[in-house]
Write a protein that binds this ligand. Structure first.
Ligand code: ZN
Length: 389
């Protein structure tokens, strides 16, 4: 078995479709942890927040630190003043602040105010990572639809909301407010839900698409920023009448065996059908699945299947959902990804995913973790998207 490493594929955004499980990937911040844990991971940061800023524990601590430091300096100055006056040396009750209690109270109040001023000033120079800004906006812009930037560094104007329940789909985890996409993505989901029904897959459970204005997310993904990525659960839909609460509670089980080499007993022939239907859609650029799932599709596929199998790309995680990425619908500000390599991808390139290097990667060096995306890292047009009505 060859262990050739798959080539790194440059993506327009600068992200890559290869590398390590949690970063630089332009696909998703996947983690080799149970899917049920990963799906619900949320990382709160602000104790309280407004649109652009949040009050953090560190800013509160800064106020206290500066307050206490200045108070200590005042105490020291007072002591020095007392000791330097020989007539008061043995009469500490005659200290300056005992004589003028108002001065002491005023000094402490000034110190507290200085602490707040410095803390707020530091925060002003320390802008929020873009993920907090975009996740705080709950409505789309009224502009014409446009995906701006790359899949892993961009935003979305004129987003359309995927209906919570359609004829053959349900949007899951509605509390996340991530069921917004480019109209082409919404149309694709409608198309795939019908194609799925024809193939014996009764409906789609649709996971995250994008925020109402796209942009980075506080949890789960590095891509999904321009309304052209969507996660679709591999859990066959038992009901298309789930309540809002049920959609928060249920999750999608893994389709991959514990040794990560093959699919498990949850996999059915109909899973292959829905993935093939998705990959054959002309709007689709790529579909990411766990390597064990790709291997199964390769095993079942025939000679004439290379074109759709080519789009199905192995990636870490993706064992309980598949991730569909569409081509840029319009030329211009949307940065498309290079096409996948020629061929069905069922060769030595796939074999690498079953080596120890890929299955059990060592912990990531903290220095290799890319810094948080700031607004300045996104296309300039994203500032206008944030500010638009
Ligand atoms: Zn995804």
């Amino acid at each position: 078995m060859s262990t050739r490493k798959p080539p790194l594929l440059q993506v327009g955004s600068g992200a890559r479709e290869s590398g390590r499980p949690s970063g630089g990937a332009g696909v998703e911040r996947t983690r080799l942890i149970p899917a049920s844990t990963r799906a619900d991971m949320v990382v709160p940061r602000c104790a309280a927040s407004s649109r652009n800023r949040c009050i953090t524990v560190s800013s509160i601590l800064r106020v206290v630190f500066i307050w206490k430091t200045i108070s200590a300096i005042l105490q020291y100055v007072n002591l020095w003043a007392v000791l330097s006056r020989t007539d008061n040396l043995f009469r500490p009750d005659r200290s300056l602040f005992k004589i003028w209690p108002a001065a002491w109270r005023g000094g402490r109040a000034l110190a507290f105010a200085a602490g707040i001023a410095v803390a707020v000033g530091v925060d002003a120079d320390d802008p929020e990572p873009a993920k907090y800004v975009f996740s705080a906006v709950d409505a789309p812009t009224n502009a014409a639809p446009a995906s701006l930037g790359g899949y892993a560094a961009g935003c979305l104007a004129g987003a359309v909301r995927l209906a919570e329940t359609g004829p053959a789909w349900q949007a899951m985890r509605l509390s996340r407010n991530r069921n917004w996409g480019h109209p082409e993505m919404i149309a694709f989901i409608e198309r795939l839900s019908r194609a799925g029904q024809a193939a014996g897959w009764p409906g789609l459970y649709v996971g995250d698409i994008s925020h109402p204005r796209g942009g980075p997310m506080v949890s789960s993904h590095r891509s999904h920023q321009i309304g052209l990525d969507a996660d679709i659960w591999l859990r066959p839909p038992g009901s298309l009448k789930l309540s809002v609460a049920e959609r928060e509670k249920i999750s999608s089980p893994s389709m991959v065996a514990a040794n990560r080499l093959t699919v498990n007993g949850n996999w059915t022939g109909v899973h292959s059908e829905i993935l093939e239907a998705a990959a054959r859609d002309g709007a689709v650029a790529r579909i990411f699945v766990n390597a064990a799932i790709k291997r199964r599709l390769c095993k079942d596929g025939g000679e004439d299947d290379s074109e759709w199998l080519r789009k199905v790309r192995p990636w870490w995680g993706h064992d309980s959902h598949f991730h569909v990425r569409l081509h840029c619908p319009e030329a211009g500000a949307c940065i498309d990804q290079e096409a996948p390599p020629e061929g069905d991808g069922c060769d030595a390139e796939l074999d690498w995913w079953f080596t120890d290097e890929a299955l059990y990667p060592p912990p990531r060096d903290p220095e290799d973790i890319p810094p948080e995306l700031m607004l300045a890292d996104l296309p300039a047009a994203c500032q206008a998207v944030l500010e638009a009505e």
